[in-house]
Design a protein around this ligand. Structure first.
Ligand code: SF4
Length: 954
């Protein structure tokens, strides 16, 4: 065989652009042959149809290939999809473990309806028709009676950009509630303040220096796609710096691992910034062109107010003066990291130029009050170096993401829901979801229909007992519907439990900022696609999924149809087929329309293979829309978009021309317009109109007029300030608990139904440094009590040098529980809950045990522990600006009492309500601080924006 033939046969030529020897060439996906390993030494062939889909086990949306055995008709295994530009054929352990979720003997197979009291564990099987009619009738009534704020949809994992937001918009309700303020709002806020977009898209593979305040080699946003590119970068010679108080797997790969005192990271970052500033090592041209320094000077009262007459050197002098206090010694005193190490890191960062990639995801930004300023100070380094949208730098996320235009776009809801967007938090990044029980208990609202969708707030959120109190009170929640692929702690309190498909049983579209390109991934029910490939006609996914498991998109379309069966409410039109008016829109038509009309290049690419666009996506599962997006902010705005211009003194260009129509390639600036109703089109730079950034100034916002005008002038520029767990704010004997870190093989509560993952990770001991442990006289395996503001939990200690002395840590994902035998038995212990007034306790009655089921492996279960549900003992800590729940806890750790057992929990919800009130008092509400009578700056991102007039407070 020639070398050429060999490369064709052996190496994968798809958009992964990698030489992946292990992947079947796509030409053979209809009939792929492998030898049956179990039949060895007999050479027994097995034949597969290979069908792509997208993993649903985290937000990375990596491609998967389902190997469907042609004889049994069952999925034999899942492996990576080399056609996927983001994941490039690679997956983490959770991807292939999708198979466990499909075959999980404990999965919910039929719609269930509560028969006893909420939480009593008594259910009967019901029909989809009964559930849909009952729920639709309640929603219809709430809409007709103008109680639209009583309908709420609360999402954990969205699955698809905007699908359910559009369903809610079709219903005319502002009922979207996300989990994001317990997840990533902190860093999002910091990024949004700089660039108007809330996530970074780092080009790690081409970087010279990578700085991570996250654990991207094992978890984090888009972690597998980013992890492989971090390793590519390292292989190309990049230096890796990791800030993490705990020795993560990522930290073990670092050239510099620093373990700062939690919450001090911004001090270190500003010391690095100061080094660049004082030594003139920043990108002067970039800062002059792209920072909004003129606004800053004007706000400072320099007297220079006319565009063109301000002096950049004056700004530079001020910059030097402002940041001079952030010395290496100051950063060292705050962080506990040696000044000389910080200096070495600063010098390394200075060598990166525009090849500096960085990322702050969750980590401390989700841990401490003011955590958003960590992301803001980190991005300041990119802004100083000009390492924004450059090769090896950081791109604004939306420029590396493709969201196609859908078949219908219902109008913005004509209402504002104060239960999710209370006026105390006008600058919050996302809905104040975790305050829901407190807001309802305060009598601010009640819910008639409450959905959770792939979400488990009783377990995932802080203060879970307050959630149970809310869900068991029918006066507060009329009807609770849990839409879920697997049992969870919250679903036990539902009126309806509706089983939804796992990653290989549903449709969704995805695009994420994995690198400098735009791609679209297609999740699909693989059995449906395989049978369609064989010429069968499949109706909805219940025909191919186990039991009566459905897919969500079909469910929401059907529910929308039934809310407005005759179309009189104006809702049904958004769930109606265009091809066959009068009938309900199906998912095949929904996706066919998008692929035919909204994805540039796809129809042509498909036609080249004699496929329709939908057939192409069903066959390959992903499409790269555009490679190398580049520096969008430098693009010249075409003359056609510059009608009836108005230029203000800061060079902002406003136009009356409509926004360009067509598929969204890159988001254009969209903040507020001028006083005469023109929209912001771009900014004047060097005599031309450039796209700029979607911020109020159109530039990178070193100075935030938003923070200044909405009551936070002291934080208008990147600043370090003391967090709620700063040393000065701790009491004698208190230490900090880090509770947010994730394990590489679990994902919140969604992966407990994967036996392979449970066998690897099934407990969460308390990390404690030997020096700390010896003071407490604690050894590995000893039981300790961790006391929070509202209660305590009991956990085993793990003495390790992998944590900063004096700080303790306990991982996320664990402490799963169930009240009866009903539930997921591989990782959920059986517990008893006791309530005396506002005092609650949780005690484990039975650990994990082997059991008989259709899967023989359940008899081989050897682990007993399931860890501890620590989140229950945390009160809510809403950051007054970002709204992010600040997860780090000031705790006391001590030896357990003689009667304490692993996993024990005690909480007083009266205390948790008091803590909620204390944090509420720290806010600066819109009523008092809004500069213009609105509830929230209109330019700020918000899922499902209401119509503009509903931003007005009155
Ligand atoms: S990183 Fe792992 S869990 Fe996340 S989508 Fe990729 S394969 Fe799935």
């Amino acid at each position: 065989m020639s070398r050429d033939q060999d490369s064709k046969e052996t190496f994968y030529p798809g958009p992964s652009r990698s030489h992946l020897a292990a992947f079947p060439p796509k030409e053979r996906w209809d009939d792929w042959t492998e030898l049956d390993s179990r039949a060895w030494p007999q050479r027994k062939e097995r034949h597969y149809s290979i069908v792509p889909t997208t993993c649903f086990n985290c937000e990375s949306a990596c491609g998967l290939l389902a190997y469907i055995d042609k004889v049994t008709g069952e999925v034999q295994k899942f492996e990576g999809n080399p056609e996927h530009p983001g994941s490039r054929g690679r997956n983490c352990a959770k991807g292939p473990a999708t198979l466990n979720q499909v075959t999980d003997p404990d999965r919910i197979l039929y719609p269930l309806k509560r028969t006893g009291k909420r939480g009593a564990g008594q259910w009967e099987q019901t029909t989809w028709d009964e559930a849909l009619d009952t729920i639709a009738e309640r929603i219809r009534k709430a809409i007709i009676e103008n109680r639209r704020h009583e309908v709420m949809y609360h999402v954990g994992r969205p699955g698809e950009d905007g699908f359910t937001e559009r369903i809610l918009a079709a219903w005319g309700i502002d009922g979207h509630n996300s989990h994001t303020n317990i997840c990533s709002s902190g860093s999002r806020e910091g990024y949004q303040l700089w660039m108007g977009l809330d996530r970074p898209s780092p080009d790690h593979a081409n970087a010279k220096v990578i700085l991570l305040i996250s654990a991207h080699l094992e978890s984090g946003h888009y972690f597998n796609p980013h992890a492989q590119r971090v390793i590519d970068g390292k292989a190309n010679g990049a230096k890796l710096i990791v800030f993490d108080t705990r020795l993560s797997n990522t930290a073990t790969h670092a050239d510099y691992w620093v373990a700062p005192y939690p919450g001090s990271e911004a001090a270190i970052l500003l010391a690095i910034a100061n080094y660049l500033i004082q030594n003139d090592l920043y990108n002067r041209e970039f800062v002059e062109r792209w920072w909004n320094w003129r606004e800053f000077l004007e706000a400072e009262g320099s007297g220079a107010t006319d565009f063109g007459n301000t002096d950049f050197s004056d700004f530079e002098k001020r910059l030097k003066r402002i940041y001079q206090e952030y010395t290496f010694e100051f950063a060292a005193s705050e962080s506990g990291v040696e000044a000389k190490v910080i200096e070495e890191i600063a010098k390394l960062v200075a060598t990166a130029g525009t090849r500096f990639s960085s990322h702050n995801w969750r980590s401390v930004a989700s841990g401490v009050s003011g955590g958003w300023s960590v992301a803001r100070c980190l991005f300041m380094l990119n802004a100083l170096l000009g390492a924004i949208a450059t090769e090896g730098g950081v791109y604004p996320n939306a420029w590396n993401k493709f969201v196609p235009r859908p078949i219908y776009t219902p109008p913005h809801p004509k209402m504002w829901n104060e239960t999710t967007w209370p006026r105390e938090y006008p600058l919050s990044m996302n809905e104040m979801s975790f305050l829901l029980p407190h807001l309802l208990k305060d009598g601010r609202a009640k819910l008639d229909v409450y959905f959770t969708r792939v979400y488990n707030p009783v377990w995932t959120n802080p203060d879970g007992f307050s959630w149970i109190e809310m869900l068991t009170d029918p006066e507060l929640v009329g009807c609770y519907v849990a839409v879920t692929p697997t049992w969870n702690e919250t679903a036990y309190y539902a009126d309806y439990v509706l089983p939804m498909g796992v990653g290989s049983e549903r449709h969704d579209l995805h695009s994420y900022e994995t690198h400098d390109s735009q791609w679209l991934g297609f999740r699909q029910p693989v059995m449906k696609a395989a049978r369609q490939r064989n010429g069968e006609t499949i109706g909805d996914t219940r025909e191919v999924n186990p039991g009566e498991v459905w897919e969500e998109n079909e469910f929401w379309l059907e529910l929308t149809w039934r809310i407005d069966p005759d179309g009189s409410l104006g809702i049904r039109q958004y769930a109606e087929s265009k091809k066959n008016p009068g009938t309900r829109l199906g998912v095949d038509e929904y996706y066919e329309w998008i692929f035919d009309n909204s994805v540039p290049g796809l129809p042509e690419r498909a036609a080249a293979e004699n496929l329709t666009p939908l057939e192409f996506m069903r066959r390959y599962g992903a499409f790269e829309v555009k490679e190398k997006i580049g520096r969008v902010y430098e693009e010249r705005v075409p003359a056609g978009e510059l009608e009836d211009l108005n230029e203000d003194r800061f060079g902002r260009i406003f136009t009356r021309a409509a926004k360009p129509a067509g598929p969204n390639i890159v988001p254009l600036p969209s903040p507020d317009g001028d006083e005469e109703g023109r929209r912001l089109a771009g900014i004047a730079v060097d005599g031309t109109v450039k796209r700029g950034f979607p911020t109020p100034s159109g530039r990178l916002e070193f100075y935030s007029s938003t923070l200044n005008n909405w009551g936070w002038p002291e934080l208008a520029i990147p600043t370090y300030f003391k967090s709620h767990v700063h040393k000065d704010n701790l009491e004698e004997g208190q230490t900090i608990l880090i509770s947010t870190f994730r394990l590489a093989v679990q994902i919140h509560t969604r992966s407990a139904n994967a036996k392979w993952l449970d066998e690897i990770a099934h407990t969460n001991p308390l990390w404690i440094h030997p020096s700390h442990a010896s003071k407490l006289n604690v050894r590995t395996g000893d039981l300790v009590r961790v006391e929070t503001e509202i209660g305590y939990y009991v956990v085993r200690a793990w003495v390790t040098e992998g944590i900063r002395p004096g700080i303790v840590a306990c991982s996320h994902h664990m402490g799963r529980w169930k009240l009866t035998d009903e539930g997921q038995r591989q990782l959920m212990a059986t517990v008893k809950l006791d309530q005396k007034g506002t005092e609650w306790s949780l005690k484990r009655e039975k650990g994990i045990e082997p059991y008989e089921s259709a899967d023989k492996d359940t008899l081989r279960i050897w682990w007993k522990d399931a860890g501890v549900h620590q989140n229950m003992t945390f009160p809510v800590h809403p950051d007054p600006i970002s709204g992010m729940h600040c997860w780090h806890q000031a705790v006391r750790v001590r030896a357990a009492e003689p009667d304490d057992k692993p996993g024990d929990i005690f909480v007083d919800t009266k205390k948790s309500h008091e803590v909620y009130k204390k944090w509420l008092a720290m806010t600066r509400p819109a009523d008092k601080f809004s500069p213009d009578g609105t509830r929230r700056p209109y330019w700020m991102l918000r899922p499902l924006k209401p119509a503009r007039e509903f931003y007005n407070l009155k």
